[in-house]
Design a protein around this ligand. Structure first.
Ligand code: IMP
Ligand code: MG
Length: 175
């Protein structure tokens, strides 16, 4: 189906919100080391923007996960790429592009919590609160978006548009 992308949040606004979240992380983790767990693929863009603003020492690992996609609570996650190293005793910050229903992060948190990290928090570039069906605590969230399908800043539609520097939404053309 044909579609257009409409701009929702401009680059400057996004950068400003990332600045604020980075400042908060720098103060919350002062004197500690942070272990970043970035969720592929969408989290990569936010990870780069956020972590270049951090003054606390960081190490990095990556996970790729997908759900069975039926959107129901408790649907199992498929781990496509697991962590390289143990997160035991580390201060872990999960970096994700968007929290939508919350299902993915809810399940991921329960998996990672079993590995005894020193602490475990979430940073997400976007939050779509209207769609939430399970409560997840996103300590570091930059921007809320309405209930639209958003792209850019790591988010894709059919694997495209991740590299847009702004957040847009997909609008389908009617014939
Ligand atoms: P959740 O499990 O429903 O919270 O959603 C998890 C994943 O769905 C996110 O990490 C995104 O990859 C994807 N997703 C949710 N909403 C959008 C959207 O509006 N645009 C692009 N991807 C999305
Ligand atoms: Mg994703």
């Amino acid at each position: 189906m044909e579609y257009v992308i409409k701009k929702l949040i401009d680059e400057k606004t996004i950068q400003g919100e990332i600045d604020k979240v980075a400042e908060k992380i720098n103060s919350d983790y002062a004197g500690k080391e942070l272990h970043i767990v970035c969720i592929l693929k969408g989290g990569v863009f936010f990870m780069c923007e956020l972590t270049k603003r951090l003054s606390v020492p960081c190490t990095f690992d990556f996970m790729q996960i997908s759900s069975y996609g039926d959107g129901t609570i408790g649907s199992d996650l498929v781990v496509k790429k697991d962590l390289d190293k143990s997160i035991e005793k580390k201060h872990v910050l999960i970096i994700e592009d968007i929290v939508d229903t919350g299902n993915t992060l809810d399940e991921l948190i329960s998996i990672l919590a079993k590995q005894n990290p020193a602490s475990l928090e979430i940073a997400a570039l976007l939050d779509k609160p209207q769609r939430r069906n399970v409560s997840v605590t996103v300590k570091y969230s930059c921007l809320s978006v309405p209930n639209k399908f958003v792209v850019g800043c790591g988010l894709d539609y059919a694997e495209k548009h991740r590299n847009l520097p702004y957040v847009g939404y997909v609008e389908f053309k009617e014939h």
